[in-house]
Every structure is written in structure tokens, then in C-alpha cells.
Write a protein of this length. Structure first.
Length: 104
């Protein structure tokens, strides 16, 4: 009985320190991948900053078939006003039209 209680306490302490460590600036690293910024979350996974910010903005997750577009074309400008969630095909069509307009 006491052993079980001790085990539970040790696990709780271990989880507490793990979370504390994972939240420390040492583990909050950033990196650039394909021109996009990524950050490391609490669990040590790399996530795209623009997708995280867009999810915060819309209050949910970005579903499959959708992409996050940078309005000003700057992939590193991840402020919520600069991000737009749109359907992948609409996004591709828009960029295609823009490219074509530049050439003409
Ligand atoms: Zn775009």
C-alpha cells in the first residue's frame, strides 16, 4: 500500500520536473525549415509557428486540405493579421494567377 503511494508520488514529481524542463527556454528552440519558422512545443516536437498562430486565430485546428497563407508573402511574418486559412486548391489557384500576372 505504502509502496504504491510512493510510486505514484515519484511519478508525479518526475512529470512535474519534466514539464518544468520542457517549458524552460533551453528547450524552447526555434529553427527555419523551407523558409518557415518552427518552434519546439512542450513535448519536444517541432511545429510550424504560422500554423500554430493560425490555429490560435481561428480557435481550432487547421483541417486537411487547408493551408495557411502569408498575405504579405513574407513566410517569416507570422502575426495573426498576416495569416489566412484557405482551401489548398484556392490557395494554389491564387498563387498561380499572381505568378501569371507578374509575367504579363
Ligand atoms: Zn500563399
Amino acid at each position: 500500500m505504502l509502496n504504491k503511494l510512493l510510486t505514484i508520488i515519484v511519478i508525479i514529481i518526475a512529470v512535474y520536473f519534466y514539464l518544468k524542463l520542457a517549458r524552460s527556454p533551453l528547450f524552447k528552440k526555434k529553427r527555419i525549415v523551407n523558409g518557415y519558422e518552427q518552434y519546439r512545443d512542450w513535448w519536444g516536437r517541432w511545429r510550424f509557428t504560422h500554423i500554430y498562430n493560425a490555429e490560435k486565430k481561428v480557435g481550432g485546428r487547421i483541417w486537411k486540405g487547408h493551408v495557411v497563407h502569408h498575405r504579405d508573402g513574407n513566410k517569416l511574418n507570422n502575426s495573426p493579421e498576416n495569416l489566412q486559412v484557405m482551401k489548398r486548391w484556392k490557395h494554389a489557384r491564387m498563387h498561380y494567377a499572381r505568378r501569371r500576372n507578374k509575367k504579363n
